[in-house]
Design a protein around this ligand. Structure first.
Ligand SMILES: Cc1cc2nc3c(=O)[nH]c(=O)nc-3n(C[C@H](O)[C@H](O)[C@H](O)COP(=O)(O)O)c2cc1C
Length: 139
């Protein structure tokens, strides 16, 4: 991750945004499942916590200056909020959209909006990175 940041800082103007993770080859967080022996990348819930940590680390390493697109296991407004407070400015969904369908987008937006208001913020921008330090090692 530090190598990527080094490149970004050298060529800062040419990087408009970052997606810090894709699927995972890790088999943590999926319990005792026969399917775990299959090869390939996992998406959705098994990826959620790890991708949030990576967003927080990247947010800190880039001093919050490069917009991060948060992706990995987002299936609710609460999940989106977690990614945003870790450092994401935008949210991408893939697996949850496949399972829930397009109506999920409005559901996520409504839940996220309600959460932002309930927690005393005005908008998404006010939340970006507010909890990024929580996810760092030796916090
Ligand atoms: C079937 C499938 C195909 C994917 N294809 C691509 C791809 O072509 N390029 C890419 O950058 N990411 C691809 N991804 C990764 C997703 O963009 C996303 O980073 C990942 O699935 C985690 O998000 P999610 O938990 O919302 O699915 C793919 C994921 C899945 C499940």
């Amino acid at each position: 991750m530090k190598d990527i940041v080094w490149v970004i800082k050298r060529k800062k103007s040419s990087v408009d945004g970052l997606i810090v993770s894709n699927t995972t080859v890790s088999r943590e967080n999926i319990g005792n499942n026969k399917l775990a022996e299959e090869t390939g990348g996992l998406s959705g819930p098994p990826l959620k916590a790890r991708s949030t940590e990576m967003i927080a680390q990247m947010y800190q390493l880039t001093d919050g200056k490069i917009p991060i697109i948060g992706v990995g296991g987002v299936a609710s407004g609460y999940d989106a909020y977690e990614k945003i407070e870790a450092g994401a400015s935008y949210i991408q969904i893939y697996t949850s959209l496949v399972y829930e369908g397009p109506a999920l987008v409005d559901d996520i937006k409504a839940e996220l909006s309600a959460l932002i208001t309930r927690l005393g913020h005005n908008n998404v921008a006010d939340v970006v990175g507010t909890n990024s330090k929580f996810y760092l090692p030796n916090k």
